[in-house]
Ligand binder design. Structure first.
Ligand code: DOR
Ligand code: ZN
Length: 345
C-alpha cells in the first residue's frame, strides 16, 4: 500500500479569489498547496482589460504569505465588446494567460458575459491565431432549458461549433459535470481539454437535495446524477492528458449561502489536494494523481511544470466546521469530516 506520495507541486487551473479583504483571507490557503492558479475574472466589475488584470495581480501578490512561491495567472473576461487588440497585447505582454467565456447570466457576476457566442467569433479567431487559451463556462442560460441539462445542451448548441470552426484554438471546458462533457472532450483532438472539481468527483445531486436542502453542496454547474459522477471519476483517473485539476474554489460567506436565495459556490481551497487524493485513492489510481494535478495542466497551457515538490501522506485531516474570514464565518468543503490524507510539506 502506498502511504506517502511526493509529486511535482500542483497548480489550480480554475479558482475564484474575489478581491479586497476576502481575497486576503483566501489567498494563503491556495498558496499553501499550489504553485500557480488561474484566477477567474468574475469580479464586480469584471476584469476585462490588461490594465485591470495587472492591478488585480498586484493585489493578489501582496496577499501571498512571505515564503510562499505562488504565481497567479490572470485571465480576461470576454464580453460582447472585447477588443481583440487589447487581449492580444495583454497576452503578448505576459499579463493574460487565457480568456474566459461566461455566457451572460450563467453564474456569479456574469451579467457582462457574452450574449451570443457567435458575436465573439472574431475574438476567437484572433485567439486561435495568437495561441491564447479559451476557458469556457459551458452552460446555456436559456430559460426553457432545465438546469440539469444546461451543460449537455451547451455542447450541442455552442461548443461543438467552436471546436469545429476554430480547430487550432485551445479550449478548456471548465468544471465539467456530466458524462456528456467527458465523452465530448475525449472525442475532440488535443486542443480541447477539461478541468474537474473535487466536489463533482465526490457528490451527486442527492447531496444537495436529500434530507433537506444543503446549500454548501450547491455550486454551478450543479452536481448531476450518480452516473455522471462516476464518468467524471473515470475521466479524472484515466491518465488522459485532457483532464486536469481545477478546483473552482468559490468562497461565499456562510450568511450568503444559508439564506433564501443562496449563492452558488463551494470553498474547497483549504484541503483541495486531500479531497482529490481521497478520490484517486478510492479509485486505486494514486500513481495517476501527479499527472492530473501537476503535469497535464502545464502541458496543455504550454508552461513548464513546477520545479519543487510536495508530499502527502496517509493520515487524518480534520476539516473544521467553519473558518473565520473577515470576521465572518465561511464553511469549507468537507466541513466537519475527516479526510484520509494530509499534506506534510
Ligand atoms: O459555483 C460557482 N461559483 N460556479 C461558478 O461558475 C462561479 C462561482 C462563483 O464565482 O461564485
Ligand atoms: Zn468558477
Amino acid at each position: 500500500m502506498i502511504n506517502t506520495l511526493t509529486i511535482r507541486r500542483p497548480d489550480d487551473w480554475h479558482l475564484h479569489f474575489r478581491d479586497g479583504e476576502i481575497m486576503r483571507g483566501v489567498v494563503p490557503y491556495t498558496a499553501r498547496q499550489f504553485g500557480r492558479a488561474i484566477v477567474m475574472p468574475n469580479l464586480s466589475p469584471p476584469v476585462t482589460t490588461a490594465a485591470q488584470a495587472e492591478e488585480y495581480r498586484g493585489r493578489i501578490l501582496a496577499a501571498v504569505p512571505q515564503g510562499a512561491a505562488f504565481t497567479p495567472l490572470m485571465i480576461c473576461y470576454l464580453t460582447d465588446t472585447t477588443d481583440p487588440d487589447d487581449l492580444a497585447r495583454g497576452a503578448e505582454q505576459g499579463v493574460f494567460t487565457a480568456a474566459k467565456l461566461y455566457p451572460a447570466n450563467a453564474t456569479t457576476n456574469s451579467a457582462h458575459g457574452v450574449s451570443d457566442v457567435t458575436r465573439i467569433y472574431p475574438v476567437l479567431a484572433r485567439m486561435e491565431a495568437e495561441g491564447i487559451v479559451l476557458c469556457v463556462h459551458g452552460e446555456v442560460t436559456d430559460r426553457d432549458v432545465d438546469v440539469f441539462d444546461r451543460e449537455a445542451e451547451f455542447i450541442e448548441r455552442h461548443l461543438r461549433a467552436i471546436a469545429e470552426n476554430f480547430p487550432q484554438l485551445k479550449v478548456v471546458f471548465e468544471h465539467i459535470t456530466t458524462a456528456d462533457a467527458a465523452t465530448f472532450v475525449e472525442s475532440c483532438g488535443p486542443n480541447v481539454a477539461a478541468t474537474i472539481t473535487p466536489q463533482h468527483l465526490h457528490i451527486n445531486r442527492n447531496a444537495m437535495l436529500v434530507g433537506g436542502i444543503q446549500p454548501h453542496n450547491y455550486c454551478l454547474p450543479v452536481a448531476k446524477r450518480e452516473r455522471h459522477r462516476l464518468a467524471l471519476r473515470a475521466a479524472a483517473t484515466s491518465g488522459s492528458p485532457k483532464f486536469f485539476l481545477g478546483t473552482d474554489s468559490a468562497p461565499h460567506l456562510r450568511s450568503a449561502k444559508e439564506t433564501a436565495c443562496g449563492c452558488a459556490g463551494i470553498f474547497n481551497a483549504p484541503f483541495a489536494l486531500e479531497s482529490y487524493l481521497t478520490v484517486f485513492d478510492e479509485e486505486g489510481a494514486l500513481d495517476l494523481f501527479e499527472g492530473f494535478a501537476s503535469l497535464h495542466g502545464p502541458a496543455f497551457y504550454g508552461l513548464p511544470v513546477n520545479a519543487d515538490t510536495i508530499t502527502l501522506e496517509r493520515g487524518e485531516t480534520q476539516v473544521p466546521e467553519s473558518l473565520m474570514l473577515v470576521g465572518e464565518e465561511i464553511v469549507p468543503w468537507h466541513a466537519g469530516q475527516v479526510l484520509g490524507w494530509r499534506m506534510v510539506s
